[in-house]
Design a protein around this ligand. Structure first.
Ligand SMILES: C[S@@+](CC[C@H](N)C(=O)[O-])C[C@H]1O[C@@H](n2cnc3c(N)ncnc32)[C@H](O)[C@@H]1O
Length: 286
């Protein structure tokens, strides 16, 4: 028999404490308290994360943890934080942003005349603390100032977690989030204060942050470019398909979708997108 480490045993024990009944109880509490819908997420992934909180709160059973959630609003916050992973970075995956600048932005501005509002609509989905939409804003401001001045651009950034959006709106980051930021951009667009860096207002004001749940596909905004990177991977394949169809429905003709490096268009949604660059996971609405 393969020896089981103490840690693995504990994880296994906590994991089995989350019975289907406990899982639906937690799902109900999260839905009622925060409007956060656990349906469609990968089961194992969610259970592993709930188990982390079970261990951290020293609850001896799933039922005890449900009780704790019912009476302690702060624990609801902590659980939501664990369930939604907020890792992000400015210029995360630089080759993709290079392609965005060289090929996709020019295409978007060329298409602009065709959409009703006259300005490209860009939507960053699952934006976490804002690094992704702000990178888009930085690139537009730096490389497309004329187009930005003439036609403008709407950059909408959404996330299910209101707490992380507060961080995003402030736009203050530690060094670790800025590792890929070119020196020129650091000098021009960030203000250093006590070892932390705040994006200048000129860039922050280009992005609008709103709380929204990706599983509510009926309320998606019309867009020319959708970035949904490192978010789909937390969902079951069937839910990924539903979301991808939702994106195809709201992308205007010629509109572009960008996924994360380990994500791809799946199932029947394949008929609605054609690849522009498979390496960088860039697709055009078919
Ligand atoms: C790993 S971060 C990705 C951040 C950024 N897109 C990037 O690639 O750097 C995943 C984000 O997806 C958000 N998220 C998870 N479920 C969501 C949902 N149902 N609706 C909207 N956002 C969601 C999480 O709150 C988290 O901020």
């Amino acid at each position: 028999m393969t020896p089981v480490s103490h840690q693995t045993y504990l994880e296994y024990k906590d994991f089995t404490a989350i019975s289907p009944e406990v899982f639906s109880c937690i799902a109900r509490i999260m839905k009622n308290a925060r409007g956060f819908d656990l349906d469609g997420y990968k089961d194992q992934c969610i259970k592993r994360r709930i188990a982390i909180r079970l261990r951290a709160t020293n609850c001896s059973s799933g039922e005890e943890y449900c009780e704790l959630l019912r009476r302690d609003d702060d624990e609801v916050d902590r659980l939501q934080k664990v369930l939604t992973i907020h890792v992000s970075q400015f210029f995360r995956d630089p080759p993709m942003f290079d392609k965005l600048c060289r090929e996709i932005f020019p295409l978007l501005f060329a298409l602009t005349g065709m959409n009703r509002s006259g300005r490209p609509g860009i939507w960053s989905v699952g934006c976490a603390s804002g690094e992704e939409p702000y990178t888009v804003a930085l690139l537009l401001k730096h490389f497309f100032p004329d187009e930005l001045g003439r036609v403008g651009a709407t950059i909408l950034a959404t996330d299910v977690d209101e707490a992380i959006l507060k961080v995003a709106r402030e736009g203050i980051y530690g060094e670790e989030r800025l590792r890929e930021v070119p020196d020129e951009f650091r000098r021009e667009y960030f203000l250093e204060r006590d070892g932390r860096y705040q994006l200048v207002y000129e860039i922050r004001s280009l992005v609008e942050f709103l709380q929204a749940d990706l599983t509510q596909t009926g309320a998606f905004p019309e867009s020319d470019l959708i970035l949904c990177r490192n978010v789909l991977m937390y969902f079951e394949r069937s839910q990924q398909e539903v979301i991808l169809h939702g994106f195809a429905d709201v992308l205007r003709p010629g509109g572009v979708l960008i996924l994360g490096k380990s994500e791809t268009v799946v199932g029947s949604a394949l008929e609605r997108f054609e690849p522009i660059c498979t390496v960088e996971r860039i697709y055009r609405r078919a």
